[in-house]
Design a protein around this ligand. Structure first.
Ligand SMILES: *Cc1c(COP(=O)(O)O)cnc(C)c1O
Length: 379
């Protein structure tokens, strides 16, 4: 059986986790902090807060930027439902911006037009959350320009994209955003089993993220209400969640981060072979902008008869998947008033989309079997 993606865990990864299991501190030990530091140096950013999922990182990112009732968040319909859910979890309104037909990322021209209309009707978003689909960065320079013109904050949902590069800057640098979020779910580029992280260059936002991730409680003398020498005293100074990552997960993440270049290289090798071997078939290959280097979380193709080809691949034990059914077409969002046809590019893309297998342990023979099925069915 060949999945569309899966983790690669080697003996080093396993040994690092065992070391933690044999140590005194399996939750809040030294490794979370070390992993946070290493993510910052990997992305050339100032601060990062590890969490138990990307969803919780997105949630506290919205809260840290002040999203609340009466506010509006815009994201891409071509994403996992979590990108939109977190807006509602903050009691804000959620709306979407349609995708570009080549990159399948939020279209900055559509964003610009929607902002113009929203300004007229007094419904400008407080936060725009572009999603770096498949691991390729959105058009961040233009999105940042628009944020300066219209005064919204930016959260990059980079769940697919650790290791990706945009105009010579690593995704996660937060050069074009207030916060960037990574996911470490097993299907993503590196894994901690469940896990995520929020990155920022702003100390204020960092302090808020830290508090929100851990009950609103601080032991940092700088943030405590009264100076004290009593070591047992901690202050709760806001509301918060327990969204922390454990040292067990961080140990795995630290070890995986050491392997990231080999992961990305392998994904590139697989993608190049797909580009070579599928280029003359009756299907549409994904496009990478020349200023982008994708982390290649997904390899999305578009085919004429999706149902037929999906079923054929599955009958050959190639368990491809589809990313994504547009969020606004989900029953929950339909019940909230979203109609089919609102974001036609995302709907058309979805109707033909299949994500081909791409992951570190996909070998030549396995990839050949995928290519074989397509060569026979997409003439
Ligand atoms: C996977 C994913 C998430 C959620 O990540 P978790 O770590 O599973 O919470 C959010 N957004 C996108 C685009 C994703 O692919």
């Amino acid at each position: 059986m060949i999945p569309y993606s899966k983790q690669s865990i080697n003996d080093d990864d396993i040994n690092e986790v065992i070391k933690v299991l044999k140590s005194e501190m399996i939750t809040q030990g030294p490794l979370v902090e070390r992993f946070e530091k290493n993510i910052c140096s990997y992305t050339s950013s100032n601060y990062s807060v590890l969490t138990n999922s990307a969803t919780s990182a997105l949630h506290i990112s919205c809260l840290a930027l002040g999203l609340s009732e009466g506010d509006i968040l815009w994201t891409s319909p071509n994403s996992y439902v979590a990108s939109a859910n977190v807006g509602l979890l903050c009691n804000a309104e959620v709306d979407f911006v349609d995708i570009d037909t080549e990159t399948y990322n939020m279209c900055s021209t559509a964003l610009s037009m929607k902002l113009k209309d929203a300004e007229k009707s007094g419904k400008l978003p407080k936060i725009v959350m572009p999603v770096h689909f498949a691991g390729q960065s959105c058009d961040m320079i233009n999105i940042k320009k628009l944020s300066e013109k219209y005064g919204f904050k930016i959260i990059e949902d980079a769940s697919h994209a650790i290791g990706g590069i945009y105009k010579n800057t690593k995704i996660g640098s937060c050069k074009f955003s207030d916060i960037t979020v990574f996911s470490f779910h097993p299907v993503k580029i590196i894994t901690t089993a469940e896990g995520g992280c929020a990155i920022t260059n702003d100390e204020n936002i960092y302090e808020k993220l830290k508090l929100l991730s851990s009950h609103g409680v601080t032991r940092n003398p700088k943030n405590m209400v009264k100076k004290t020498l009593d070591k047992w005293v901690y202050d709760q100074i806001s509301i918060g969640f327990n969204y922390r990552m454990s040292d067990l997960n961080a140990a795995l993440g630290l070890s995986q981060l050491l392997r990231i270049e080999s992961f990305i290289n392998k994904r590139n090798k697989i993608a190049n072979k797909y580009f070579q071997q599928l280029k003359n078939l009756d299907l549409k290959l994904p496009k990478q902008e020349d200023y982008n280097s994708s982390a290649l979380h997904l390899f999305p193709i578009q085919v004429k008869n999706r149902k037929k080809i999906y079923n054929l691949l599955h009958r050959n034990d190639i368990k491809v998947n589809v990313h994504y059914r547009p969020i606004h077409t989900q029953p929950f969002w339909q019940n909230r008033g979203f109609k089919f046809g609102l974001f036609p590019n995302s709907e058309l893309y979805y109707s033909k989309a299949i994500s081909l297998p791409i992951f570190y342990d996909l070998n030549d023979e396995m990839q050949d079997s995928v290519i074989n099925v397509l060569q026979k069915s997409c003439l």
